[in-house]
Design a protein around this ligand. Structure first.
Ligand SMILES: NC(=O)c1ccc[n+]([C@@H]2O[C@H](COP(=O)([O-])OP(=O)(O)OC[C@H]3O[C@@H](n4cnc5c(N)ncnc54)[C@H](O)[C@@H]3O)[C@@H](O)[C@H]2O)c1
Length: 250
């Protein structure tokens, strides 16, 4: 308990999957949480769960691919809670499952906008208040697909590799201002996104991809995010942190 006591966290994609699990865990650990999602009902349900649990949270509706929405979600957090200690860029979309020659430019642009450009914009919005308050933590959800290729996911894989490069660079540039930047690289994690991606295949068909012979749970990622967001990770920056059951070890 209280591993994030006194801290303010903004989490995008907080209405589902890993984002919701992280919002709930961060609030349980004492953070005040801004839950951001483009689906209002889903984000509000996360806030309801946190409040029922005795935690503090508020919802901001935003599409992270919209520059004004990104500015607004950070400004609303700083106005509402007085600071922003943790920015967690977690919202993402999978895009179509097709090979490169079938991957149209509209789909390419949308996946890059949500999964990569949004992270760039949110970092630019959050870093100035973090500098002003003496530091902060930036987390982003990349993927094992940013470390190794993932067939039929060219834009997704390119965007996630981009998040890893962006994270490392921001860690170099703003470490001297006490800002840490890390990203999490999940393998297959049981969420609504995985349900969409696996289609008719049972979840067990994905077990062979991990030496631990299971898919991960949203909480597996939330606990990694908790560690990286907390002061326990105060000397950890520029890291792609794998939560993949050993997928990339092979
Ligand atoms: N599930 C997996 O196996 C897996 C593996 C590796 C990485 N990831 C990444 O983890 C992150 C979370 O994925 P998840 O599996 O929990 O997915 P999910 O689909 O369950 O949840 C994603 C949430 O993001 C929100 N969202 C999507 N686009 C948005 C936008 N433009 N603006 C604001 N909110 C938006 C959705 O409404 C949803 O609530 C994503 O970045 C995803 O790419 C997932």
């Amino acid at each position: 308990m209280d591993r994030l006591k006194g801290k303010v966290a903004l989490i995008t994609g907080g209405g589902s999957g890993m984002g919701r699990a992280t919002c709930v865990l961060f609030a349980r650990e004492g953070a005040r949480v801004t839950v951001v999602d483009r689906v209002a009902g889903a984000g509000q349900e996360t806030v309801r769960q946190i409040r029922d649990d005795g935690g503090e949270a508020s919802f901001v509706e935003a599409d992270v691919s919209d520059a004004a929405d990104v500015e607004h979600m950070v400004a609303a957090t700083v106005e509402g809670y007085g600071r922003i200690d943790v920015l967690f860029n977690n919202a993402g979309i999978e895009g179509p499952s097709v090979k490169l020659l079938e991957y149209g430019e509209d789909d390419w642009g949308r996946v890059i906008a949500v999964n990569l450009t949004a992270v760039y914009r949110a970092m630019r919005a959050a870093i100035p208040p973090m500098i002003e308050q003496g530091g902060g933590v930036i987390l982003s959800t990349a993927s094992v697909a940013g470390l190794v290729g993932l067939a039929r996911s060219s834009a997704y894989s390119a965007a996630k590799a981009g998040v890893i490069g962006l994270t490392r660079t921001v860690a170099l540039e703003y470490g001297p201002q006490n800002i840490r930047a890390n990203c999490i690289c999940p393998g297959f994690i049981s969420t609504p996104m995985l349900d969409r991606v696996r289609g008719d295949r049972p979840e067990s068909a994905l077990h062979r991809h991990a030496p631990l012979r299971r898919v991960g749970q949203a909480e597996d990622v939330a606990y990694a995010a908790l560690y990286l967001a907390s002061d326990e990770a105060s000397y950890v920056t520029g890291v792609p942190f794998m939560v993949d059951g050993g997928y990339v070890a092979g």
